[in-house]
Design a protein around this ligand. Structure first.
Ligand SMILES: Nc1nc2c(c(=O)[nH]1)N[C@H]1C(S)=C(S)[C@@H](COP(=O)(O)OP(=O)(O)OC[C@H]3O[C@@H](n4cnc5c(=O)[nH]c(N)nc54)[C@H](O)[C@@H]3O)O[C@H]1N2
Ligand SMILES: Nc1nc2c(c(=O)[nH]1)N[C@H]1C(S)=C(S)[C@@H](COP(=O)(O)OP(=O)(O)OC[C@H]3O[C@@H](n4cnc5c(=O)[nH]c(N)nc54)[C@H](O)[C@@H]3O)O[C@H]1N2
Ligand SMILES: [Mo]
Length: 796
């Protein structure tokens, strides 16, 4: 298919979205994971988050994977200082007091999913052709278990067949060496990869001569990194868990914490008990805004005693956060007229630049515009501003609800603007705190996965590693896909993840991958990216984080960095799923040697003992001095944060206010703004079940949450089947058919549904001009009734 023109009107459900490329995703019905008995159901969830519902769910997860014995043992080892493995789930930091059972339902599901006893071996691939597997649901693919040995695609039989590691590396090496330009290859990273492997991976790409290092962060927190770098000179948050424990007010924007960063619930409950204010900003009132039973507080569990986790809800319009934040600043300026202490004039004077312009901008932005754009009343916005004014120390925390928008960068900068007004930076209990996604996505960036690397980093890499790294920027996720369509990227390596399913514009992504000469996927489990492949394709199975990594230098550990810049070691303990697996560092070394036979880099030597990699990293990376010693401290170490110390690597040497215009985020008449998000029973493209417990949904993923009045306007009853059509910036349209409309407490004009099914609707061109992030939280759609009647039951 062509890059844009033919998109026209695409009929069909998910199954029909990839017609031009021959195969199809299974249709909505066959995407159903388990529970074939269950009819779709929706009933408001009235219980506190975590607690016994979570405990029951954990029991089911362990039983499903046959891990009733080993599972609990492994869980006890998770996230423990000295010798445990890091939870491969989210990037929330570990409890600093070595809290036992500092784990959550979703972390346990995630670990047991990796530890399953099921196997995908050569017999499996001999029994099922790629065409046959392409008809299986994403759930069914991953549910087959762990990959066991390297496989290569055999076009003649349409099957994957075994290949030795040496031959697999040689195939990659041959293909890469034959490219006329190193930029014909792209090296994707999913945020699971440990720091040492990350460093080797970027070293390989740069020694080969490319900065084509797309990563999952291009779809998640690119906007946060860019905004914080511009405003504060550092691409990360400045706060740590100690600050969360000391703050007076927490503002939690655009994150579904109870599902996606569940250990945040413990911090929210503790904050509430301390008397802190907790303001949730979200079009949906998510479970984390209500109450929780803290799972490791055994008396609370026993007595089912719950603690509130929110004090104020602001149900902002999709995309309306920037207007809300500007309104809060405006209200702070209004308060300051009678109460000078509302502003921290001394901080502003000493540490910031651009204050006068920002003040003027806020003052001249009229309230009606702020109300219209945020979808909130000025009274509600003033109430939030009063909370902010009354708090000595405030933290703003956010995730994808803020970043996956056209104006994601401007919105994060508006958060910083507001923080600066009251000097909420560089002191205990205050500052910006983005919630990162994958467990090591922040570490990936720190250790060099960046398609726009800084000159200082490249200089040091050149000096320490003796290579001549390319200086021109490389390709990010979306641009890699576009380059595939132009024939300019011909080799794709996926270091973890599920690129085919995670990327936007499913049909376009599939066609791009299919146009490649070679696709290489380093994975633990079978997924869609193995079936949507290039002319030649390799599956290279690797150890998971829970597994023992034995190298010539002994059992190896790997390090990760959490959302709050803590770096610590993770040591696997389980016997590997198969004796033929290699660790990610070993796979990278094999690939690198094959592609760079004359390389002076001691690839083989490095991966005998990862301490050697760490010694090199210590010389290249800021803040990693004495890496091997410090990473072995009980809780690891925290990477220095200049902005935290009020040192700003910005052009002015100060924290910079921004003055972006408010965007118009109102949906056009007859259309809705649709956000794609995760369910509770899902890890990105991995679907554990069709339930979304905290939102009250059972047995249904092909749904769209709508405001009841928007449903009424369209003559829709609950569970009525609808077609959802998105219109891209270039006017092309994409349609999902036969989704079920579910009435939900969401502002008018807004709608929501699940990724990755809805990626079909996100056109490749619909990416932010500020961050290049796909605008996955703000699709412009129409929802229309479908002819046939739907099933399902509803209870309230
Ligand atoms: N169990 C589990 N944990 C995970 C993941 C997982 O899939 N499963 N994924 C991991 C990854 S990679 C990431 S990046 C994170 C993602 O963590 P989240 O950011 O929580 O991910 P989403 O499910 O996309 O949910 C986004 C939230 O933003 C809200 N939202 C949508 N539009 C807007 C808006 O315009 N404004 C505001 N204020 N809110 C909005 C939605 O209602 C939803 O609550 O979680 C990580 N942790
Ligand atoms: N519409 C829409 N699309 C989105 C988003 C959204 O909110 N809306 N969110 C985006 C975001 S934030 C992200 S981060 C991406 C996620 O994009 P990815 O990170 O690419 O996807 P995952 O689903 O996390 O990858 C799952 C696969 O990783 C492999 N895997 C698991 N553990 C390991 C391991 O230890 N090593 C290796 N090598 N492989 C492993 C398994 O084979 C598994 O099938 O999706 C993005 N896509
Ligand atoms: Mo993410």
């Amino acid at each position: 298919m062509s890059t844009d023109g033919d998109t026209g009107h695409r009929d069909g459900d998910a199954a029909a979205q990839a017609p031009a490329t021959g195969d199809a995703l299974p249709g909505a019905a066959s995407q159903r994971a388990a529970a074939p008995d269950g009819r779709p159901a929706f009933r408001r969830y009235r219980h506190p988050a975590a607690g016994w519902g979570a405990a029951a769910s954990v029991g089911r997860a362990l039983a499903r994977q046959g891990e009733l014995l080993d599972g609990p043992r492994a869980i006890m080892k998770m996230n423990h200082e000295n010798g445990g493995f890091d939870c491969p789930g989210c990037a929330w930091p570990d409890d600093t007091k070595g809290l036992h059972l500092d784990i959550c339902e979703n972390g346990i599901k995630h670990v047991t999913w990796e530890m399953t006893r099921k196997r995908v071996d050569r017999d499996f691939f001999a029994a099922h052709s790629v065409t046959e597997l392409s008809g299986w649901s994403d759930f069914a693919l991953e549910d087959q278990g762990r990959l066991t040995e390297p496989m290569v695609y055999d076009a003649a039989s349409d099957h994957y067949v075994p290949i030795t590691w040496a031959d697999a590396f040689a195939l990659f090496g041959r293909t890469v060496r034959a490219l006329d330009d190193p930029n014909r290859a792209a090296y994707y990273t999913s945020g699971r990869l440990g720091n040492e492997a990350t460093f080797l991976y970027q070293l390989m790409a740069r020694e080969l001569g490319t900065n084509n290092l797309p990563d999952c962060s291009n779809m998640c927190h690119e906007a946060s990194g860019r905004a914080l770098t511009a405003a504060l000179g550092t691409g990360k948050g400045t706060v740590d868990l100690g600050d969360w424990e000391a703050t007076d007010a927490l503002f939690v924007l655009g994150v579904n914490a109870a599902s996606n960063a569940p250990r945040m619930l413990t911090a929210l409950a503790a904050a509430y008990r301390r008397g802190a204010q907790i303001v949730h900003v979200n079009p949906l009132v998510e479970a984390a805004a209500t109450r929780t039973i803290v799972p490791h507080e055994f008396t609370d569990m026993a007595l089912a005693k719950s603690t509130p986790t929110g004090t104020l809800d602001l149900q902002v319009r999709i995309g309306g956060d920037m207007a809300l934040l500007r309104g809060m600043s405006k209200a702070v300026f209004e308060l300051a007229a009678v109460d000078p202490k509302a502003l921290d004039a001394e901080f502003v004077e000493r540490h910031t630049s651009g204050f006068a312009e920002y003040r003027a901008l806020c003052e001249r932005t009229p309230w009606p515009q702020i109300e219209e754009q945020s979808g909130l009343t000025r009274a509600a916005i003033r109430a939030a501003a009063q909370v902010y004014r009354d708090a000595d120390r405030s933290i703003f925390s956010w995730c994808l609800g803020i970043t996956q928008h056209e104006h994601g960068v401007d919105t994060v900068r508006e958060i910083v603007n507001l923080l600066l007004l009251r000097g909420n930076l560089g002191r205990e209990g205050a500052g910006p705190s983005p919630v990162r996604g994958h467990s090591n996505v922040q570490g990936n960036r720190t250790c060099g996965i960046d398609h726009r690397p800084g000159a200082a980093f490249l200089d040091r890499l050149a000096a320490v590693c003796g290579i001549d790294p390319p200086r021109a920027p490389g390709l990010d996720t979306v641009r890699t896909l576009e380059a595939m369509h132009r024939g300019e990227v011909r080799v794709f390596v996926g270091m973890g993840g599920n690129f085919a399913r995670a990327a936007p514009d499913t049909a376009y992504t599939f066609a791009g991958l299919r146009a490649c000469d070679l696709t290489v996927q380093v994975s633990t489990k079978l997924n869609r990216s193995h079936l949507v492949h290039g002319r030649q394709a390799l599956i290279l199975p690797c150890l998971g984080r829970t597994e023992k990594d034995e190298r010539p230098g002994g059992v190896q550990s790997t390090s990760v960095e959490d959302s709050m810049s803590m770096v610590h070691l993770s040591v696997g303990m389980k016997r590997p799923a198969s004796p033929h697996l290699l660790s990610e560092p070993a796979i990278i070394a094999g690939l690198a040697r094959a592609a760079l036979p004359d390389s002076a880099t001691a690839w083989e030597w490095y991966v005998e003992d990862y301490d050697r990699v760490r010694d090199t990293m210590a010389k290249v990376l800021d803040g990693f001095e004495d890496f091997n010693r410090r990473v072995r401290l009980p809780l690891g170490f925290r990477i220095r944060q200049p902005a935290r110390e009020l040192v700003f690597h910005t052009p002015s040497g100060r924290a910079e206010f921004s003055t972006a215009a408010l965007p118009d985020v109102r949906p056009a008449p007859g259309t809705l703004s649709l956000g794609t998000m995760r369910s509770h029973d899902q890890w990105n493209t991995t679907i554990y079940s069709e339930d979304d417990r905290y939102r009250g949904v059972r047995n249904l993923r092909t749904l769209v949450f709508m405001n009841p009045e928007d449903m009424g306007e369209r003559g829709l009853d609950p569970f009525d089947p609808v077609d959802i059509t998105s219109t891209a910036g270039d006017g092309s349209t994409r349609t999902l058919e036969g989704y079920l409309a579910i009435p939900y407490g969401i502002p008018r004009g807004c709608a929501a549904g699940y990724m990755p099914e809805m990626n079909v609707l996100c056109a490749i061109g619909d990416r932010s001009t500020q961050s290049d992030q796909p605008i996955m939280k703000h699709l412009k759609v129409t929802v229309t009734r479908r002819a046939a009647a739907g099933g399902g039951e509803q209870a309230r």
